[in-house]
Design a protein around this ligand. Structure first.
Ligand code: HEM
Length: 351
């Protein structure tokens, strides 16, 4: 017997606009067949009665805003380090023992460090808006339970990151703590990427699996290699000259040796990623898998080039900052490639 879901999936893939028509048709059928069921009643929920029901586009925009702000704070955190402003505010949670904010006497370093602290609130606001919007949908017939876990995770880890940032100050920029602070942000970028991809799916539509287990496994390997490269990169930073303060201690590891290790891991990652691309192609490029792998390989080459040039030029601040932006882009591209090997962009109505 022909599977109806399979037909819908194939048609939506063949005709990109079909999915949108399908959504409208499905909406109509839901409104006529289930509008009187308790699940379809939209009472606003117990805690979010005061919030208008967000549109799908609003959810998508909030998810993208989460991703951009999480990636952005990696770069601004890098700016704090690269301008030697890491101890611009020498205390935490107050900037100094006498003042919650930076004072003009503390100069540019104080302003830069305190500015970065304030950005935490922007991240928190975006994450809170995302979670409220998701919770608001739960009492409607457009419930987005699939967005709940990543939204809660993002909102909960932001205050934790503020505390870890405080510990970096209390430990006078201990390189291992600074490293941990950066790596947690990298994980947040990965989770925000999943949020963006899930939010791109219409409500009441279940995703269809790509269904190639070996492709999925290869993508997991790529993800693991990315994690190793990012970790080793952070170790290079912790051993290199840009500590965030001239007095801050370093890991004591030989920079040339850890850079070599970082570069070797990059070679492995590039090899695996190219393998992922060609495997996806050999399997007929299901969904976005080949395209996402191609983007990943392109980002790796760009990031690798910046890495080599910055090393040869003895780490000019601007290039190091660009390499940090590249690291955020890499996490996005690797998680996106993994996601694209698991889920098709086409959808099936939830039964
Ligand atoms: C896919 C490619 C690459 C990725 C994802 C990557 C990622 C990273 C990350 C996450 C950091 C730490 C950023 C921080 O903690 O502030 C870093 C630092 C660094 N990377 Fe890479 N990297 C890549 C390629 C390369 C290559 C090919 C080289 C050259 C050998 C290189 C050289 C460096 C150096 C020297 C640092 C330390 C910069 C500093 O002192 O602040 N990277 N990288």
């Amino acid at each position: 017997m022909v599977d109806r879901g399979e037909n819908i999936r194939a048609a939506a893939e063949a005709y990109p606009t079909f999915a949108a028509h399908l959504q409208v048709a499905y909406d109509d059928s839901v409104s006529t067949t289930t509008a009187r069921t308790p699940r379809a009643q939209d009472d606003g929920g117990r805690f979010t009665r005061w919030v208008p029901l967000p549109s799908e586009a609003t959810l998508r925009r909030l998810a993208v805003a989460s991703l951009l702000t999480q990636g952005g704070i990696i770069v601004t955190g890098g700016a704090v380090r690269l301008t030697d402003s890491g101890l611009g505010c020498p205390d935490w949670p107050h900037c100094t023992s006498g003042s919650i904010a930076a004072t003009p006497e503390m100069g540019l370093h104080g302003a830069i460090e305190f500015g970065n602290r304030l950005l935490t609130f922007v991240l928190g606001l975006v994450a809170a808006a995302m979670l409220v919007a998701v919770v608001r949908t739960l009492s409607s017939d457009r419930a987005r339970r699939d967005l709940l876990v990543p939204s809660v995770f993002l909102l909960c880890v932001i205050p934790a990151q503020a505390v870890i940032g405080g510990i970096t100050v209390w430990t006078d920029l201990n390189p291992w703590v600074v490293m941990f602070h950066f790596l947690v942000s990298a994980v947040l970028v990965g989770v925000a990427t999943v949020l963006v991809r899930r939010a791109a799916r219409p409500a009441r539509m279940a995703p269809a699996r790509v269904g190639h287990p070996w492709l999925e496994r290869l993508a997991v390997l790529v993800l693991a290699a990315t994690a190793a490269v990012v970790y080793l990169g952070a170790v290079v930073t912790g051993s290199g000259p840009h500590a965030g303060d001239p007095e801050a201690r370093r890991t004591g590891l030989d920079v040339a040796v850890v850079t070599q290790l970082h570069g070797d891991a990059v070679l492995l990652l590039v090899g695996l990623s190219i393998g992922l691309y060609f495997t996806a192609r050999a399997l007929g490029s299901p969904g976005r898998s080949a395209a996402a792998a191609a983007v990943l390989v392109a980002v790796e080459f760009a990031q690798g080039l910046i890495g080599v040039v910055q090393y040869r030029l003895e780490l000019p601040e601007l290039l190091v900052g660009l390499h940090m932006l590249g690291a955020a882009a890499m996490v996005f591209a690797a998680v996106d490639a993994w996601y694209a090997t698991r889920w098709l962009p086409s959808v099936q109505p939830v039964r």
